[in-house]
Design a protein around this ligand. Sequence first.
Ligand SMILES: [Ca+2]
Ligand SMILES: [Ca+2]
Ligand SMILES: [Ca+2]
Ligand SMILES: [Ca+2]
Length: 256
Amino acid sequence: MKKYIVILLMALCFSSCKNTNKEIIETTPKSTKPEKQLRQILKAKNAIKIDGIADETSWKNAKWHPMDQVWLGDSLTAEDFSGRFKLTWDDEALYVLAQIKDDTLIDNIKDPLVKWWDEDCLEIFVDEDNSGGEHQYNHNAFAYHIALDGNVVDMSTEKIGKLYNSHIESKLVTSDNTSIWEVKMYLYNDTYDDNSKPNKPVKLTTNKKVGFAIAYCDNDYSTERENFIGSIPVEGEDKNRGWMDANIFGTLKLKD
Ligand SMILES: [Ca+2]
Ligand SMILES: [Ca+2]
Ligand SMILES: [Ca+2]
Ligand SMILES: [Ca+2]
């Protein structure tokens, strides 16, 4: 009798352990990213013309979001830097309108692949499937640096800087100390291959979630950027993590 009870207990345990494992597998989400700064982004009703002029109705209807988190450098004055941005999307692309007030614009290094982060540039972080995770030398996510001359640079899988000008169309219009950056950005998923052509951008759909952050590298007078100002708080001592860690990004939800 005792023997049968032991066998019965073992059978019960085996079945319940199996179920527990199954549950764990089924409920483990693909994303390891902590959900934060979830923003609903409205779809553009008309075409966005990339001309640095925000006269489209979609821009008028979109909300401003602040770029006010100092990731690198000392605290800022309003004259030195202030920034804000709007977002919209359509089937083809994500659109960013950034308004940056910067007292001095610096573009001294002529080669776009040399120290591209140390001159004034707009940096847009995007994780097409909102997976989060490491992306330093892979395309799980991108960190596009848009230079004042429009060149777009990110780290490639070869561990060197590479131009990704076909991913982003942008126009910069500056008047006094205020620059308007109008940006059209195609989204590529993590199968993007630096050595194969062509890679196809992803078609965007309602309710899709996209990992996103934006920042500005501000240099006014030195050989290195003096400040790096982002759109999202980053915990811990080292706040300059967006270029390799997609877990710090916020989340956009695409809405009609
Ligand atoms: Ca426009
Ligand atoms: Ca400045
Ligand atoms: Ca990803
Ligand atoms: Ca500057």
